[in-house]
Design a protein around this ligand. Structure first.
Ligand SMILES: Nc1nc2c(c(=O)[nH]1)N[C@H]1C(S)=C(S)[C@@H](COP(=O)(O)O)O[C@H]1N2
Ligand SMILES: [Mo]
Length: 301
């Protein structure tokens, strides 16, 4: 991994001042995928995450879901100090020309890192705005040369019960697994993240590398990835194994499709008191809706 040198770590105050620069790069990115520059511009006025306040480093690193370290929001920060994110390898297998187990440093050589400010909407009804540091997952996918028969990607989190106390209990089937359709994974907004606020990821956020898919509920953004498999059939995912009626494969953020036990129409931003409306595809509709045209989003929840 491109180790973030201490000289590169951005103090949080100056990070906020740099947001104009980041906004520029995000706009450029979105223009590539938006239907038209004008449509994006209009949308930006109403929906842009750039107009929203970033959650603090403290909030992002102390209010977490990472069941491998326990199921309370404060557990991951408290119980993850024995976890060793270094050294790290990721195994790539299945329907690709270049399978193998790659050391993370080798894997991330020549990768173009970027800051990406995204909303994260948990299926439980809370949300945050997080400045990730990472890169488009498509960069890695292209290097691996998927075969045309590869239609889905399956992700697996590390299994280390000695370092992850939650894995000693059967709160979930271990290891945690997730999946995406390959065109979703190739979308420029889907990133692998290695940092937050210009700082290496802390263990509670999924060190050393985790997925971030901002238009889907947070549980799709699988942490501490050790295996990525290219497959033909839609893979199983942890939460849909546990409760298929409540958690589907797609899990796109959708204020119009309620969870069986609660409404998804609104959310509480961590740090705020009032609830705010949840946006279609978490506010990334302009960029991602083409992935789902002609799909029934109630059936494919
Ligand atoms: N391996 C693993 N990945 C996981 C989880 C988990 O329990 N285990 N929780 C998910 C859920 S429900 C959410 S909302 C996000 C939270 O990410 P954050 O704690 O970095 O904000 O991580 C997701 N990734
Ligand atoms: Mo979540």
């Amino acid at each position: 991994m491109k180790k973030i040198k201490s000289s590169e770590i951005t103090p949080i105050t100056t990070y906020l001042k740099r947001r104009n620069f980041i906004k520029g790069s995000l706009t450029a990115l979105s223009l590539v995928v938006a239907k038209s520059a004008f449509a994006f511009h209009n949308n930006e006025m109403k929906n842009s995450v750039e107009n929203e306040k970033l959650n603090s480093f403290e909030q992002i690193t102390t209010y977490n879901n990472y069941y491998e370290f326990g199921s309370n929001k404060w557990d991951p920060a408290q119980n993850s100090s024995f976890f060793k994110p270094k050294p790290w390898t990721i195994k790539f297998d299945g329907l690709i020309n270049k399978p193998g187990e790659y050391n993370i440093e080798d894997l991330l050589k020549n990768i173009k890192f970027e800051d990406r400010i995204y909303r994260l909407r948990c299926v439980e009804g809370w949300s945050m705005v997080i400045p990730w540091y990472g890169f488009s997952f498509s960069e890695i996918i292209n290097k691996l040369e998927p075969l045309s028969s590869a239609r889905y990607i399956r992700f697996e989190t590390v299994f280390r019960p000695e370092e992850m106390p939650g894995q000693k209990r059967k709160i979930l089937p271990w290891p945690y697994i997730e999946g995406l359709r390959i065109d979703e994974a190739m979308h420029p907004l889907a990133i692998l993240s290695v940092g937050i606020y210009g700082h290496d990821l802390l263990n509670q956020n999924g060190a050393p590398i985790r997925l971030v898919v901002p238009w889907k509920y947070g549980f799709k953004s699988i942490k501490s990835i050790v295996r990525i498999s290219f497959v033909e059939k839609q893979p199983d995912t942890t939460w849909s194994i546990v409760n298929p009626r409540e958690y589907g494969f797609y899990s796109n953020v959708n204020p119009n499709v309620d969870h069986p036990r609660w409404s998804q129409a609104t959310e509480r931003r961590i740090g705020e008191f009032m609830r705010r409306p949840t946006l279609m595809f978490n506010g990334y509709e302009e960029e991602v809706s083409d992935l789902y045209k002609n799909m029934n989003l109630i059936k494919f929840y």
